[in-house]
Design a protein around this ligand. Structure first.
Ligand SMILES: Cc1cc2nc3c(=O)[nH]c(=O)nc-3n(C[C@H](O)[C@H](O)[C@H](O)COP(=O)(O)OP(=O)(O)OC[C@H]3O[C@@H](n4cnc5c(N)ncnc54)[C@H](O)[C@@H]3O)c2cc1C
Length: 402
């Protein structure tokens, strides 16, 4: 088996994070190989809004603007949300965020995963510095002196000075590199659907905590809301088996009828929820990024936003090292990326975990505390600003790069 070319960087997985990284690195002048088993299904404006959507924080939108893909995403089908309202079924109090208070026009945008992936994929195909290997699946990897090789399922081989695994929460590459994870199975699934409500969604992202569950309504441009309803495994089967009318009635009640009755729903899908944190992000000439490094509970809508912040930081350290004529895949360089991102990711994951546990509890003292907590946080401006800044991805490092 012959390895012909030595790429600067090989990226395994072209989900939203891997594809964004590939584009950013190619635009910065690196020679990049991308390996992805499945090209994303093409996005089509005539199709209904895909069931998988993400809430993009301003930091993610900024990255897409810099990669010159945001206009295409926004003009195809993305919806801004201006406000966020969070409340609890067991205690009084509400936490509200308003873009206007921060002098912005939106807190973030809701966009379909498939649309983002298609736009990024098309951009990858146009990039002369990117060699796209798709369909292609990595079956083994080996670190040799000054390079890392990847063997693909068709028997071919790719060599690069650095390999970045962006192959998602069940990352095979992470396992091949011998990196363990700490896991928590929430024994919950997220039910997703798009629903029509009696009243307008007010361009607001809504979130209600319920005993053992969280329910988010994300505003879509066509007036519907995309729901993410995280419920215990035992409940999921029952909720998915309900007919539409019964499901809408239960959903309306769980949402406290904030937007009136739910009058229609699309078919529903569900996804298992786990926290999966890599014990380290590095191996020789190897780094983890995105969900491969940190799978988190979706209650705060931050998974891909954290991954795109990884993209910013990894690019920054690689460019800095290359421009200083250093080996950009050296451990000291990669360590810098790990230091900058791991603490934020771990802290975020544990915060979402703690919120899920505290708000999932029905014990009365906890319930009273959390109601007081929401009211209190809502009144303490600096604390509220800190939470809002974190959700928006306004960290000192990312700001400094602008
Ligand atoms: C219900 C739900 C709602 C969510 N809502 C939000 C939200 O509002 N906001 C937010 O920020 N996040 C949200 N998330 C999280 C978000 O979807 C993920 O964080 C994000 O998709 C991770 O992107 P990724 O590119 O790291 O990984 P993935 O999307 O998992 O992509 C991995 C890629 O690697 C490829 N791959 C796999 N194995 C191999 C291999 N061996 N060789 C080569 N390629 C391989 C796969 O085909 C895939 O393309 C949500 C998650 C769920 C479940």
């Amino acid at each position: 088996m012959s390895v012909r070319k030595l790429h600067d960087i090989a990226i395994v997985g072209a989900g939203m994070v891997g594809a964004a990284l590939a584009l950013a690195l190619a635009r910065a002048g690196f020679d990049v190989a991308v390996i992805e088993p499945r090209a994303p299904k093409p996005w089509n404006a005539q199709d209904d809004v895909d069931l998988r959507v993400v809430a993009l924080a301003p930091s993610s939108v900024d990255l897409f603007v810099r990669l010159n893909v945001w206009n295409e995403i926004a003009s195809a089908r993305a919806s801004a949300y201006r406000r966020m309202r969070v409340w609890d079924a067991l205690a009084p109090g509400e936490l509200t965020f308003d873009a206007a208070d921060e002098g912005r026009s939106a807190l973030g945008f809701i966009a379909e995963n498939r649309l983002i992936q298609s736009v990024l994929w098309n951009a990858l195909q146009r990039e002369s510095r990117i060699a796209l290997h798709s369909p292609g699946k990595v079956t083994s990897t080996e670190s040799l002196s000054g390079r890392r090789t990847l063997t693909l399922d068709d028997g071919s081989s790719i060599a690069a000075k650095l390999v970045v695994a962006a192959d998602g929460a069940d990352s095979a590459l992470r396992e091949m590199a011998g990196i363990g994870t700490s896991d928590r199975d929430y024994r919950q699934r997220a039910i997703v659907a798009h629903v029509t409500t009696e009243r307008a969604h007010e361009i607001t992202a809504w979130q209600r905590f319920l005993p053992g569950a969280t329910l988010a309504f994300l505003p879509l441009a066509d007036g519907r809301s995309s729901i993410v309803w995280s419920v215990p495994d035992a409940e999921v089967t029952r909720l998915l088996a309900l007919d539409d009318a019964a499901f809408c009635a239960e959903l309306g009640a769980a949402f406290d009828f904030r937007l009136g009755r739910i009058t229609a729903t699309t078919p529903r899908a569900s996804f298992p929820l786990r926290m999966k944190l890599a014990e380290r992000y590095l191996a020789p000439r190897f780094a983890l990024i995105g969900d491969a490094a940190h799978g988190v509970h979706p209650l705060a809508g931050q998974g891909v936003n954290l991954g795109l912040r990884d993209v910013d930081e990894l690019c920054a350290v690689l460019i800095e090292a290359r421009d200083a004529k250093r080996d950009f895949a050296a451990e000291s360089v990669l360590r810098c990326y790990e230091r900058r991102r791991r603490s934020d990711n771990v802290l975020s994951a544990h915060s979402f975990d703690a919120i899920n546990r505290v708000f999932g509890s029905e014990a009365m003292p906890v319930a009273a505390l959390r109601g007081a907590g929401l009211t209190l946080v809502n009144r303490i401006e600096p604390l509220k600003r800190m939470l809002s800044n974190h959700a928006a991805g306004r960290t000192r490092r990312v700001d400094a790069m602008r």
